[in-house]
Design a binder for this molecule. Sequence first.
Ligand SMILES: [Zn+2]
Length: 388
Amino acid sequence: MVLQKNRFVSIGLRMLINVEALNMVESVGNVVRHRVVPYVLRIRPGHYVLRWVPAISGEALAHAYQLHLAEVAKSRGLPVCYWCSRGEFVKHFDLLFWLRTMDALPYSDEEKRIAQSYASKQQFSLSDIQDIERAIVSSCVVEDVCGFLVQQGPTKRTSRFYASFALPTEESVKSGAVALDNQFFVRHAPEAEAKRATMSEVRAAAQAPYYVQIGSAIYGVTMNFEIDGIGISSVTSESIVSDDEAKKRKSAALDALKEMLDTKMFGAKLTRFNPVIDYEIALAIAQRNVSLTVSPPTKRFEEFIEHSVVRIFRALKDVSDAKARVFLWAPTSDIAREVEKILNDVESKLGEEYKKMIESGRLGIELLVSPSIRDFIDRIKHSLGLSR
Ligand SMILES: [Zn+2]
């Protein structure tokens, strides 16, 4: 089945991460703190408790995603602006900055033109805003996919890629299988410190104790793609780039996620706190004419899968011209067996109507067992007609 347009992909992922410092927020003295968030947990209907749990922000994940997207796009000859190429995602924040720096930096002709035309302009028409968006989208794949906010206009493009925070699953918080701990370290340098102590002008200590807060948890995260919004104007909904270029950009957008997830290169402190990451399950719904986000992967394992499948089935019943394909990826066969059991339960609960919808081709369910999450993203790409 090749879906054509108005396509939306929602992905839920669970991962067991041990000893991570992927999202650090501040240093207080010699303590570097992990991000923590308030988390409301339902103990039983009507009864709730608040817990503070480690988390990885959507900003941290989107930053890593954009770094991978810039690399993938550049390697395929797709345009990426100077600042996104450097991993400094300032996103054309103020065209006056572009005007002041354009003689020294390799900006595209379109970027220079909008800097000259609009940097100091006071009143903006809708066609000015359309022109600014068009110039930036045609100059930079990262900003096409991940959006921007420009002072002039102001001109805003909403990201076509959405990322949630990665949060501990509810079961793990309930059972106490989530932890934060301060780990003590010291740069041991007694002789250097003895010498340094005699030098009043050298303030930094040679021997330095420090604490890094680390987290261990089973995290769930959701990521969505508004696939057919890539290469399209937010103002007019018209194409900004050719169909061929748009297809290449969509393919690069999914491949960037593939690189990020498989290489596990995301988050902070990877050089000394490179965590142990085990993906547990991934579920994606590739959809046409409906935009459903998967059920939270932080829910119970069975509930995450069952509710996602039941909800898309229900949505397809209501939206007669919608189609969807559910992809489930399990890295090991024992997890796959659990998933199969859940899918069989769903089938017996939903009965004939569900079977008919699958037979008609409007709903597809695929379970993939592979050690590589690359195979999961490739299946999604294939269903969207984006295989290279
Ligand atoms: Zn850019």
